[in-house]
Design a protein around this ligand. Structure first.
Ligand code: PLP
Length: 422
């Protein structure tokens, strides 16, 4: 066993949901013969129209003289030029922007983009000062928990809760009375739409957060893995924001290419240069095959069209099924609250005053053949204790309609039974 450095120690741990996944895989394996309804998955559904799009783009690429250039050659660190060009044209036209090539960077998945950003902008400065990576609204994406080489740099803020008691719904809002973004902040990061909650910060909230950081030149990273124009997994109106201190992060994973690892950063030239150098040192550049097919799908407009007509309706319908099943089967007199489903591929359920921890409730659900993800893994960087953190679960919308219905009915029964016993 080699002795590990501080970074080695830090990076050799599984964080957040990856640790839970181990338990889930073991459960599925041990339960041989037993049918589980697995509502834990983060892998997008393979939708036939989406798969066909990528097949068609691949066939075109194979038939084109470009093929050899794409797979038999190294490329530039910034990314494959036709993809950069396609993104530039599409975003300039769609959002009335004035992007040049220098505002765009292609990364191997957006996770790596956030890793570069977290470590380039937050952590220890050359003077030894600690710069924070601020998450303005906790819960948020569990993957942020492992991206900093300096874990103490992570700092998340508790939100305020907007509760509709009668309808059993709620929504998180950033708590601007607490949120501090100042000279001690290295960068700000949040997902919009949010994994795990399905929350979408409003255009005003986003602007307010970015404006707080602007006087200190604090990059505000808006993780748009579920945002329009692709995969367009927003069920509510939202406008992507660009310019100033905003680093807009895109991912093609939920648009059907998770295996090809394509992330895209859109930001000011200086930020792009920094992130690009980071990338050169780490891995030289993103694989080019995925970039070449993505360039075709974006340039033709097919990707955004399929996102709107196939991907978004698919998950939105699943959310409606989940919501109506819960409304019909959950006990009316218990304090359960479903987060407003504004986007992404998950539902987030809060069981207020749950008489056990989220982890114990997750175990209980396993007993009735339902697997969800306990919510406490989605609060990276939140330092204070908060009972709410142990009262939530994440439910994936990637299951079939029948699985969701049966799963929610079993969940409702179990909820009734655990509150009754308390
Ligand atoms: N950001 C969010 C909010 C996510 O949910 C995910 C993946 O689930 C990622 C980033 C990472 O995506 P990728 O690295 O595949 O682009």
């Amino acid at each position: 066993n080699p002795a590990l450095t501080q970074f080695g120690e830090q990076m050799s741990h599984l964080t957040g949901v990856r640790a839970i996944m181990k338990d889930i895989i073991e459960t599925l394996r041990a339960g041989e013969g037993r049918e589980f309804i697995n509502l834990s998955a983060g892998n997008p559904v393979i939708l036939p129209e989406v798969e066909q799009l990528w097949r068609d783009c691949t066939a075109e690429l194979l038939a084109s003289p470009e093929y050899g250039e794409v797979v038999c050659r190294y490329g530039s660190s910034q990314g494959y030029q036709p993809l950069i060009e396609a993104v530039k044209q599409d975003f300039n036209r769609r959002y009335g922007l004035n992007l040049s090539d220098r505002n765009i960077l292609i990364t191997p998945g957006s996770q790596s983009l956030y890793f570069y950003a977290a470590n380039a902008f937050a952590g220890r400065t050359t003077d030894g000062e600690l710069k924070r990576m601020v998450m303005p609204l906790s819960p948020d994406y569990t993957g942020y928990g492992g991206i900093s080489l300096v874990p103490e740099a992570l700092l998340a803020y508790k939100p305020t809760l907007e509760i509709d008691e009668a309808r059993h719904r709620f929504k998180y809002r950033p708590d601007f009375n607490q949120l501090a973004i100042d000279e001690n902040t290295g960068c700000v990061i949040f997902s919009r739409p949010c994994n795990p909650t399905g929350n979408v910060l409003t255009d005003e909230e986003l602007k307010k957060i970015a404006d707080l950081g602007a006087p200190y030149d604090v990059p505000t990273i808006v993780d748009s893995a579920y945002a329009p124009p692709f995969p367009a997994l927003n069920f509510t109106e939202m406008t992507p924001a660009f310019g100033g201190n905003i680093i807009h992060g895109l991912s093609l994973s939920k648009a059907g290419l998770p295996g090809e690892r394509i992330g895209i950063a859109i930001a000011d030239e200086r930020a792009i240069q920094i992130l690009e150098s980071f990338q050169t040192n780490l891995c030289i550049h993103s694989p080019r095959y995925g970039q070449a097919i993505a360039a075709r799908a974006i340039a033709s407009g097919s990707l955004s069209e399929i996102a709107e007509t196939v991907i978004r309706p698919h998950y939105q319908e699943k959310f409606v099924i989940l919501e109506s099943t819960l409304d019909a089967s959950m006990p009316k007199d218990l304090p359960w609250f479903l987060h407003r489903g504004e986007g992404a591929i998950f539902a987030w359920l809060w069981l207020k005053d749950l008489p056990m921890s989220d982890w114990e409730f997750y175990q209980k659900l396993k007993e009735v053949g339902v697997i969800v993800v306990p919510g406490s893994t989605f609060f990276p960087g939140l330092r204070e204790e908060w009972a709410h953190k142990h009262q939530c679960i994440r439910i994936s919308l990637t299951a079939s309609a029948d699985e969701l219905r049966t799963g929610m009915q079993r969940l409702a029964k179990m909820t009734e039974s655990v509150y009754a016993r308390a």
